[in-house]
Write a protein that binds this ligand. Sequence first.
Ligand SMILES: Cc1cc2nc3c(=O)[nH]c(=O)nc-3n(C[C@H](O)[C@H](O)[C@H](O)COP(=O)(O)OP(=O)(O)OC[C@H]3O[C@@H](n4cnc5c(N)ncnc54)[C@H](O)[C@@H]3O)c2cc1C
Length: 409
Amino acid sequence: MKEVDVLIIGAGPAGSIAASIIHKAGLQVHVVEKEKFPRFVIGESLLPRCMEVLEEAGFLDALKEKKFQEKSGAKFLKGNDVADYNFSDQFSKGWSWTWQVPRAEFDQTLVEVNLQRGISIEFQTTVTAIEFFDDESSLTTVIDAAGQEKKIAARFIIDASGYGRVIPRLFNLDRPSNLDPRKTIFAHVQDPKRDDFDEPNRILIVTYAPETWVWIIPFSSGTTSLGFVGSFDFFDSIEGGLDQKFKTLIEGNDYLKRRFAGADWVFQPRKLEAWSATTDKFYGKGFVLTGNVTEFLDPVFSSGVMFATVSSQLASHAVIKKLSGETVDWENEYTNVIQQGVDTFRSYVMAWYNGTLDTIFFARDKDPHVVRQICSVLAGYVWDMENPYVKGHATELRRLARKIEQSQG
Ligand SMILES: Cc1cc2nc3c(=O)[nH]c(=O)nc-3n(C[C@H](O)[C@H](O)[C@H](O)COP(=O)(O)OP(=O)(O)OC[C@H]3O[C@@H](n4cnc5c(N)ncnc54)[C@H](O)[C@@H]3O)c2cc1C
């Protein structure tokens, strides 16, 4: 039976960040990953706030070598109206750029760096059961690539299993999200006309219909991720299977039609649905949850990988502290910090779907100082309490929208 200090479930960004930081602290770490890598996963547009974590975990050099598409902002398009947020002109101190990445390649790069460092990672190995003991140690059952059942003893577990939600599912901690369930149809497509349209160093978010929007994420390879997000009813109202729906959706918007109609697909359109989820608690005796397992809101502001990396960084430092014999105040040092970031983005997601952000993004006269403050939130700097649009996230957006509505008559 294998015995380790820390068992990490999942080799996505959350798992790889945790493995790197904990290994660097001299603890023995082991990663189990259900899939064979590289594997496809959605979530391709990063936020600048990720970069600080990738830097601490020692991944930046290897990532730079991959020459991923640099991203320096987020652009919102509604008919002819444009709202362009440039990360080099923002309120909070921090990174002014990040990347747009095919995730299979990005996640594989992190894994390769960790393997070169001597971190042990077992692929095609699925956690099926976990038993926790009074001293917080645990015994995890996995089925490995050969179909063999094995046991792993660990002093602590970091669950970074993303949509797998291993510990919440095994221990009944899952809780429904308070956001409406939504659906996406997406594909990677060839994008030969991109230079005639928008600069590739932006994610482009196109308003398609009420509560329905499109992501356009160009990659350095010349292909682009194109995805439609809307309600179940919206997609049901379009005839045909996934391929037909995808084609009809492209034809249904002038910008998309001119840029993407007739373009070849790298893979057939796929769908995903009802992704928002949360849990009763982010930690417990012998474990901590990081990344998507804690809470995933909505893709509109590309916050997923940012939360995956930041939560894993914070959790890893707490685990190192705990295993060195110090006391960790998990509620204040971990849960409340992550929750404050999640709650800030939740306000923005709600403001996006109820039209408040529409008023703000496409206002005629914008206060440049406010634009910079909102830009910092869009860059992922949601822990900067000096920013009124972070500190007052629940009220300030509505207040600003009302002011704009009054001034525009
Ligand atoms: C439609 C959509 C669009 C999105 N767009 C963006 C975006 O543009 N930018 C962004 O930042 N985020 C985006 N996201 C969110 C993003 O996909 C996730 O937030 C991100 O992948 C979370 O990383 P993670 O490391 O927590 O989990 P993952 O990347 O999901 O990694 C978890 C790993 O755990 C493994 N695993 C699962 N179960 C087990 C098990 N039982 N045993 C062992 N291993 C297991 C999985 O195989 C997986 O490799 C989007 C999400 C959706 C739904």
